[in-house]
Ligand binder design. Structure first.
Ligand code: SAH
Ligand code: SF4
Ligand code: F3S
Length: 449
């Protein structure tokens, strides 16, 4: 191969292993990191024992997320002992939140890089190799990694995440994300379109457009909003499924619902985190909507998209939550009939509005009991939702082999429910018509027709 004139491979084939925690945003970010590192001559390995560099892309959203990562960092110490020169880098939200204090524990971490500083990672690795530990936690008002083409780590080759914006301006009082991810900024729609089109041409059949609050997507140079962006991406091909997350209830517009109803390949599934069913709690949380507003948005979804699934996030035991507030959450769940929910116990995060000015005053055992009640109710609602699908027929996009048996495949319906069925001669990326013959609370079982 002719090497003259080519840039030397600075990473010189050193092997990089990445571990990712937290939300889908982080999954997407790890793929951007890999792209940046590969362009500099580093190569990816999925075997930690082979790694010259370990990156851990972290999450700070709840204390238990951070505790788990501390545990992992301590395990990496063993690898460092066995392999002198091994570099460990902490990326993402925990890097941003804890900054220098991560560096203070000797022999644990060589690099700390916040979510907007990934372009500097190759330099940070080079310095670390020369014995200079490095940190970059500068947040940016502009960085969107717009032109970087992520290296896909998902492996199924069918569905991919595309970040359409970064940061968050909402300042929910319990939430650390605005502090770890910085100000909200939208990515150039043309680069989003090109990325989605490129994926479709490479055989991908589903993209999920990601942002902390996708409904506030706004590309100022030409006035593209989320509804227009969704329409553009869905227009690439009817065989490309389009999903998105997360919608903030205060900003979910009728216009977006209209675009969805006009384009069948935009999936009939909306993740609309309520957090609480009590208007008083929503105020304390600074969510900027009421229970009534939220139910109004649910009614609009049902009007434009009668067969749309609705999923949510709920927090149990936030500051000042009374039994009455908690019952309101349970009644909201019943009223909406969620198909699925992520449910959490409130975890105080240093630096947030709540930690500065509110007492974390719901006793631990009360939080636990309320969370259990929420989970039990959701288990019933999920099962009821799945039972309603038995006997119906859905279009399923095949994603891969079922965890239960190599003889079975799994895929998803437009409503984002997992369906398991016999393999036959089908393969990932196929669209199949499947009749649902049975279910559990989490899975539908069906046969291909
Ligand atoms: N931007 C998204 C979600 C971001 S974080 C949205 O606004 O919906 C994902 C979920 O974590 C949140 O919806 C919330 O339910 C939960 N969460 C955030 N901070 C939390 C905290 N301090 N304690 C418990 N759960 C929290
Ligand atoms: Fe956090 Fe609220 Fe922003 Fe979601 S919208 S990331 S919960 S501040
Ligand atoms: Fe966690 Fe950061 Fe995502 S705190 S949930 S990784 S934005």
């Amino acid at each position: 191969m002719e090497l003259r004139g080519m840039r030397p491979a600075v990473g010189s084939q050193r092997k990089l292993y990445i571990e990712t925690y937290g939300c889908q945003m982080n999954t997407g970010d790890s793929e951007i990191v890999l792209s940046i590192m590969q362009a500099d001559g580093f190569v990816f390995t999925d075997e930690i024992a082979q790694a010259d560099i370990i990156f851990v892309n972290t999450c700070s959203v709840r204390d238990n997320a951070e505790q788990r990562i501390w545990g992992r960092l301590n395990e990496f110490k063993r690898h460092k002992k066995q392999k002198p020169g091994l570099i460990v880098g902490v990326l993402g939200c925990m890097a941003e939140r804890l900054k220098e204090s991560l560096m203070e524990k000797q022999g644990l971490v060589d690099i700390v890089a916040g979510p907007d500083s990934y372009r500097s990672l190759p330099d940070l690795v080079r310095s670390a190799s020369d014995g200079m530990r490095g940190i970059n936690v500068q947040l940016s008002k502009e960085e969107t990694y717009a032109e970087i083409s992520p290296v896909r780590l998902d492996k199924n080759g069918v569905s991919a995440f595309i970040a359409i914006m970064r940061g968050c301006n909402n300042m929910c009082s319990y939430c650390v994300v605005p502090y770890t991810r910085g100000r909200e900024r939208s990515r150039d729609p043309q680069t989003i379109y090109n990325e989605a089109k490129g994926l479709f041409e490479r055989g991908y059949r589903e993209v999920t457009l990601l942002g902390q609050n996708v409904n506030s997507y706004a590309w100022e140079p030409d006035g593209t909003g989320f509804a227009e962006l969704l329409d553009m991406v869905a227009g690439i091909d009817p065989a490309l499924r389009v999903r998105f997350a997360t919608s903030h209830p205060k900003d979910l517009s009728d216009k977006v619902l209209q675009v969805m109803s006009a384009r069948e390949n935009i999936c009939r599934s909306i993740h609309l985190p309520a957090q609480s069913g009590s208007s008083r709690m929503l105020e304390v949380m600074n969510r900027r909507y009421t229970r009534e507003w939220y139910l109004g948005r649910i009614a609009a979804i049902k009007k434009y998209l009668p067969d749309c699934s609705v999923t949510t996030d709920l927090i149990a035991g936030f500051c000042t939550e009374t039994e009455e507030d908690h019952l309101q959450t349970l009644s909201l769940m019943e009223q909406v009939g969620y198909d699925f929910a992520f449910m959490f116990k409130y975890s105080e995060r240093p630096g947030t509005k709540a930690s500065r000015s509110m007492a974390d005053d719901v006793p631990e055992e009360v939080k636990t009991r309320r969370l259990i009640q929420i989970i039990e109710l959701q288990n019933r609602l999920s099962l009821e939702s799945n039972r309603r699908d038995v006997g119906r027929t859905f279009e399923v996009l095949v994603e891969g082999t079922s965890k239960r048996s190599p003889q079975q495949l799994f895929g998803r319906t437009s409503r984002n429910k997992v369906v398991v069925f016999d393999r036959g001669d089908h393969k990932p990326g196929d669209y199949l018509t499947v009749e649902i013959t049975g279910c559990s609370g989490a899975t539908l079982y069906g046969s291909v027709i």
